[in-house]
Design a protein around this ligand. Sequence first.
Ligand code: UT7
Length: 323
Amino acid sequence: MSAIRSVVRGVGAYLPSRTLTNADLALMVDTSDEWIVQRTGISERHIAADGELTSDLALHAARAALADAGLDAQDIDLIVLATSTPDNTFPATAVSVQAGLGITHGAAFDLQAVCSGFVFALATADNFLKSGAYKRALVIGAETFSRILDWSDRTTCVLFGDGAGALVLEAVSEGEEGRGVLTTHLRSDGRHKNKLYVDGGVSSTKTVGYLRMEGREVFRHAVGMITDVIEDAFKATGESAASIDWFVPHQANRRIIDASAVKLGIAPEKVVITVDHHGNTSAASIPLALAAAYADGRIKKGDLVLLEAMGGGFTWGSALVRW
Ligand code: UT7
């Protein structure tokens, strides 16, 4: 019996219509376009409208991914949604997306690994598909980080944005030109949990809280952690910096992305960058970047695509996908 692979059938994205520029932020806190661009590479980010929920963003992205796949919502039997900004404490935002799509079969659940959420969700869905438990999955990253930002804290409020992206994965017997998720590697180390966290929560304060970050500490660990899990992906598959077609990293900071690419020996023209227009959209950043590079024709069927993320926890992970 041939092994099962999870093949990408469709990709979709959604960004709220309102953009917030660095110039807008300079009117709100003591910052400047020059500082933000130089330290982060970010020029603007999208912000969800009042009443526009994470599930709304996710539903738009999911519909776009289904349309791209040429599939009907009823073809989906698994939804894994990565978010740290769910609509409510419960039920899972994924069930709102499921209901919005009119799906009543299969399973839908949320997964929380902060900025690494999409890689964790992809690995989870991939393993469910490979086990034979489900046939077609929507893997979604969706966030409204604007709701957990302290808009008076210039060290964090300039960094993040809202958005959603989704992939449709289908379980197929190995052999479709080697396509599919080739390997995933997930890591976490809770000793770092106080370096990037939200200062409220259900069980601790009974409030939502605001994002707090020791930016320099996160930065200090990021490149090493990212390159470690990518080396793991290369080791597991025999692929290398030379053989990948596209590097689609979590979009937190242009300097982290560039330093990781240099350390790994990945050519700059293979690196997909969206942080300039999206900011850090946490779990949504990778599928948003994938959707952008797919929509403009860069990522094509058969391309070898390397994904990585690192974030709160710390959590970090990589995935290598033959598109
Ligand atoms: O997905 C993972 C999520 N997080 C990350 O990846 C974040 C990782 N860290 C970073 O990206 C960077 O550490 C930051 C962009 C957050 C900060 O850049 P930095 O080069 O590490 O700056 P810094 O924190 O060392 O701050 C330098 C100076 C400080 O002033 P003093 O103490 O030197 O006088 C800050 O107060 O910049 C000041 N500063 C600002 N100035 C203007 C901090 N935020 C701002 C701001 N505008 N928005």
